[in-house]
Design a protein around this ligand. Structure first.
Ligand code: PLP
Length: 419
């Protein structure tokens, strides 16, 4: 079995971006004969060798189904998978590993929660659910479905022209009908970092639980669920240098014990007869069927990898990238940044006069640069800022100032071509 300790890395590594780049094999790929410049990290991050190798190791040395076998391979696979759960617990400082539910990603985490909330009878006709204007579709549509099913109402916290929540409008929205606040920590299309601790405090003052969408936060900032005191939190492995198809729903034990299962099947039951089924304890109650074992193992390794750095060093590096990119991009005539909050993560959404975002994306791709174009699964944001789409550059631990220079030159080229 791989030497996977239950604990995360405590000895911190020096933050050296050139050394870090060597950990990511894909960064030496050439695109259109040019070195890859990968700045679409808000969509997904690249994977370090250790993550790729851990999954290969599982398939070549430990592949078996978990929790069920009494033989060597099954026990080895179970131990690796459950060790990963311990790592997640430690990474977000949950009280217990049983509060960590493995899911496919943030989307499934929110669907699990909203669906179980809906089935629990906690949301009745006329009740209200609060989200914000800057939610990803993954934190809009599942709640909208709940509202349709249970005749409840979705209420939306507005935002300013800078892309900041109008917090003063939030508290008056809460009343005795409010059943949950489900809110994004960091916006994927604006980059805004919300005052999440304050939001939780306000909601709790009124006895309302809070679900935090941490899909764009977990890779950039230290998340401590006990310190935040959030009731639920979701994130995806692939956005924190881990595999796709694996993510986490954290939920406080008291709530998770109250909520009914999301899906039924193997591994989540205690007893089954044709008359009645009783369910297993947490976390199994919410994990029906064979899970993404390799993904779970890879996620644990990714968290260990990111824990080998000081979060302060990651944040300083990404802040430098954000400031430099913002300054260089604003030198471009006709370029407008959408999302100018004071507290921002390294995400820059932008439009350029006279150019469609898709044209921008295609031209920079010729130079080996990967950015995202479109509505970024935040159509209400696009409507709010009166654009159909934006181009978006988003940075991670392996990006450099030189890559930003290449990107800015490529944008200038695109403008020359299209204007
Ligand atoms: N929430 C936010 C803020 C996101 O940025 C994303 C993905 O971009 C999601 C939710 C959905 O994540 P996933 O597609 O991994 O489920």
């Amino acid at each position: 079995m791989l030497n996977q300790k239950a604990t995360l890395e405590s000895i911190k590594r020096k933050f050296d971006v050139q050394e870090i780049r060597k950990d990511f094999p894909i960064l030496s790929v050439k695109v259109n004969g040019k070195p890859l410049v990968y700045i679409d990290n808000a969509a997904t991050t690249q994977k370090p060798d250790v993550v790729i190798e851990s999954m290969k190791y599982y398939y070549t040395h430990e592949n078996a189904n978990i929790h069920r076998g009494l033989y060597f391979l099954s026990e080895a696979a179970t131990q690796s998978y459950e060790t990963s759960r311990m790592k997640v617990k430690e990474f977000i400082n949950a009280m217990s590993a049983s509060e960590i539910i493995f899911v496919r990603g943030t989307t499934e985490a929110i669907n699990l929660l909203s669906s179980s909330f809906c089935k629990s009878g906690m949301i009745k006709e006329g009740d209200e659910i609060i989200i914000s204007y800057m939610e990803h579709h993954a934190n809009i549509v599942p709640w909208q479905l709940v509202c349709e099913r249970n005749k409840a109402k979705l209420r939306v916290i507005p935002i300013s022209d800078e892309g900041e929540l109008l917090l003063e409008e939030f508290e008056p929205m809460i009343n005795e009908k409010t059943k949950i606040v489900s809110i994004v920590h960091t916006s994927n299309s604006l980059g805004t970092i919300n005052p999440i601790k304050e939001i939780i405090k306000i909601a709790h003052r009124h006895g309302v639980p809070v679900m935090v969408d941490a899909a764009q936060a977990i890779q950039h900032t230290k998340i401590d669920v006990q310190e935040l005191d959030c009731d639920f939190l979701a994130f995806s492995g692939h956005k924190i240098y881990g595999p796709t198809g694996i993510g986490v729903l954290y939920g406080k034990t008291e709530y998770m014990n109250m909520l009914p299962p999301y899906q039924g099947g193997g591994d989540m039951i205690r007893t089954v007869t044709f008359e009645k089924t009783t369910f297993d304890d947490l976390p199994n109650k919410f994990e029906a069927g064979t899970p993404n074992i390799a993904g779970g193992i890879g996620l644990g390794v990714a968290l260990k990898y990111i824990s080998s750095f000081n979060f302060d060093d990651i944040q300083n590096h990404e802040k430098k990238l954000l400031e430099y990119a913002t300054q260089r991009m604003l030198e471009i005539d006709g370029l407008k940044i959408i999302g100018t909050a004071k507290n921002k993560t390294a995400v820059i959404s932008f439009v350029i006069d006279g150019l469609h975002p898709y044209d921008i994306g295609t031209i920079v791709d010729n130079d080996g640069i990967a950015i995202r174009t479109g509505h970024h699964c935040t159509q209400p944001i696009m409507q709010r800022f009166n654009v159909s789409a934006t181009a978006r550059a988003s940075f991670g631990i392996y990006n450099t100032l030189e890559e930003i220079d290449i990107f800015v030159e490529s944008l200038r080229k695109a403008i020359k071509l299209f204007r």
